[in-house]
Write a protein that binds this ligand. Structure first.
Ligand code: SF4
Ligand code: SF4
Length: 334
């Protein structure tokens, strides 16, 4: 199975209940307890967006965010969550709410922090890995980080934790290096899954760095072909894969992944900040959601990022029996 049964069942129940209501609903809460990080990757959007990264949420505010936002999955990101004092408390209390947690980390401190956590089928460590050793260390501007991350992945898996990776494909990314990484992680490390999605530069900062739709589709056709041929554990849903490879269109569903950071509830998405609101409800009511996505806002034109389009793929999957069966079959295999 691609995902633990307990999470799959509880997310499925949530989606079925929300579909009956017929209103917009989120699937993921992107919780950013701190925007501080212990490394400085080339092109990190957080470092670019926020000049000061000293702001932080309290543990109570983090847990309250998971209470306010009904999303069944909480992706704890940032910044680097493992430099946030109280991350163990946040994880414990959010798990007690019955949510599934994805704790995103660059893994620099993971091995020394492992005993803060208990293995759970609703907790995954998601390790930032942007390619094989040379490329990853260059992107992160940290020689030796790839080896530290791989050792941490192996130790965490040996300690009973579920571990996946998160890879961003940039304009400059050599797809052959990513495919080699997929081979290595699947065959040599035994990774539980790999999330691979296109990055999208904030177009208002440097449009020249932005990957066009044609460019990312070509890269993802190669990634999909390698996945099919070798059984690599790419955890993108079939509809999102169709979209990334140019086989179908999707509208963006920015409300599917809601961002809460130390400045408030931010919209429309992880990338764009057109509004900051004091509560989840105020964000949901206050954004003009239909004004976003390709064709609606020029900043969205070539975007295909995970947090906007994977929810949209999930909503499409749950609205047709054929797509539900296809998605279920994909979830239950591999
Ligand atoms: S690990 Fe993440 S938050 Fe830290 S610098 Fe890199 S991209 Fe930015
Ligand atoms: S397409 Fe969606 S996810 Fe991408 S920048 Fe626009 S609103 Fe954000």
């Amino acid at each position: 199975m691609k995902f633990p049964l307990a999470s799959t069942v509880s997310i499925g129940k949530y989606v079925a209940a929300q579909q009956r209501k017929g209103e917009r609903y989120p699937l993921v809460l992107m919780l950013e307890p701190t925007l501080a990080c212990n490394i400085a990757c080339i092109g990190c959007g957080k470092i670019r967006e926020y000049e000061s990264n000293r702001a932080r949420l309290s543990v109570e505010e983090c847990v309250d965010a998971a209470v306010q936002c009904p999303a069944p999955v909480v992706s704890i990101c940032g910044g680097e969550p493992l430099v946030y004092k109280g991350i163990d408390e946040v994880v414990t209390q959010v798990l007690e709410l019955g949510k599934t947690i994805e704790l995103c980390t660059n893994a620099l401190r993971l091995e020394q922090c492992l005993d803060w956590f208990e293995p759970s089928n609703r907790l995954s460590f998601v390790i930032h890995l942007d390619g094989m050793r040379e490329i990853h260390d260059y992107v992160c501007d940290y020689p030796g980080l790839w080896d530290i991350a791989i050792d941490a992945i192996k130790t965490a898996r040996a300690s009973g934790f579920r571990v996946t990776t998160n890879t961003t494909i940039f304009k400059e990314t050599e797809v052959g290096d990513v495919i080699e990484m997929m081979r290595y992680l699947t065959n040599d490390v035994g990774i539980d899954g790999m999330m691979i999605a296109p990055g999208y530069q904030y177009s208002q900062i440097d449009p020249a760095l932005t990957m066009t739709r044609d460019e990312h589709e070509e890269k993802f056709r190669a990634i999909r072909a390698a996945t099919k041929q070798h059984g690599y554990r790419w955890i993108a849903s079939p509809i999102y894969q169709d979209f990334l490879t140019g086989r179908r269109e999707l509208t963006c569903a920015p409300w599917g992944s809601i961002t809460r950071n130390p400045y408030g509830w931010k919209g429309p998405c992880y990338l764009l900040t057109d509004g900051i609101f004091p509560t989840y409800e105020a964000l949901l009511d206050g954004m003009e959601w239909d004004a976003y996505g390709p064709g609606n806002d020029p900043r969205c034109e070539h975007c295909g990022i995970h947090c906007g389009f994977e929810p949209s793929a999930a909503y499409e999957a749950s609205s047709s029996l054929k797509e539900t069966v296809r998605s279920l079959a994909w979830t239950l295999t591999g």
